[in-house]
Design a protein around this ligand. Structure first.
Ligand SMILES: Nc1ncnc2c1ncn2[C@@H]1O[C@H](COP(=O)(O)OP(=O)(O)OP(=O)(O)O)[C@@H](O)[C@H]1O
Ligand SMILES: [Mg+2]
Length: 257
């Protein structure tokens, strides 16, 4: 798995993220309404809810790919209004990876560093380090189209962490993996997040995944946030009937360990 010793230059600055009453509504319907949360430094915070509830929209707002109609987003107390994505210290792993198919593994991971005009000599070292962290060392020359789904997922992760973001935005990063790989990758991801001490915003529709991974979880439905709490708080005292029903399988397992 991930090596126990040192993260070298990949140790990240931490950041907290605050969303105040953030709203982004699409003309056709859908979006997110009045979302507020405070994500602490180094915390893994999950957005959990069924398809179409506004998870990706919220992540895109934090990344700066999308702008709120109302409300504000702060990183470390700094208002992000008008700050473009590349000037935010956040990196996103997209729901469908969005790797560059015409580039090999190395070039995919190096992309953000080149965009930031990192010196050539440093690029090679940092890409190697990032690939080691996601256990893809030796595959740098491979076209990404020749990788398995799990390997592509890890290239996407390496591409995000190589730029040393303070905030890692993960959109259903395990959804394209089979059950076995999902479990092992989940553990690796958790180790990596803790070891890098990076603040993570993790989107999933999978209750078990959110409850296992996250320090705190926001449960969303139809663009509304129903509850924010630790996994135990959600299981012990669901705030609305929706949360109760949505978490019922996990609650049953929790009551009868
Ligand atoms: N760019 C857009 N233009 C119009 N409507 C959009 C846009 N992006 C999202 N929506 C709508 O907003 C709602 C929330 O979308 P979002 O992608 O945030 O959902 P999600 O929770 O990520 O769902 P999933 O689990 O399926 O990925 C959906 O009804 C969607 O159709
Ligand atoms: Mg989505």
């Amino acid at each position: 798995m991930v090596r126990p010793m040192g993260t070298g230059g990949l140790r990240h600055e931490m950041s907290n993220v605050r969303c105040d009453n953030v709203t982004r509504l699409y003309a056709e319907g859908g979006g997110i309404r009045g979302f507020s949360c405070e994500i602490r430094e180094g915390e893994c915070f999950a957005l959990l809810g069924p398809s179409g509830c506004g998870k990706t929209t919220t992540l895109r707002l934090v990344a700066g790919i999308e702008s709120p109609d109302e409300g504000a987003i702060h990183f470390d107390g700094r208002d992000m209004a008008g700050v473009p994505p590349e000037q935010r210290s956040a990196a996103m792993v997209f729901q469908h990876y969005a790797l560059f198919p015409h580039m090999n593994v190395f070039e995919n991971v190096a992309f953000g560093l080149r965009a930031h005009k990192t010196p050539k000599s440093e690029i090679a070292d940092r890409v190697r380090e990032a690939l080691e962290l996601v256990q893809l060392e030796g595959l740098d020359k491979r076209p990404v189209t020749d990788l398995s789904g799990g390997q592509q997922q890890r290239v996407a992760l390496a591409r995000a962490i190589v730029i040393r973001p303070s905030i890692l935005l993960l959109d259903e990063p395990l959804s394209n993996l089979d059950a076995e790989l999902r479990r092992t990758t989940r553990v690796q991801l958790e180790e990596l997040q803790r070891r890098l001490g990076i603040t993570a915003l993790y989107v999933t529709h999978d209750q078990e995944e959110a409850l296992a991974l996250a320090d705190r979880v926001a449960v969303l439905k139809d663009g509304a946030c129903h509850q924010i709490g630790t996994p135990e708080e959600l299981l012990r005292a669901p705030a609305t009937p929706f949360v109760e029903t949505f978490l019922e399988p996990a609650r049953r397992a929790w009551r009868e360990p």
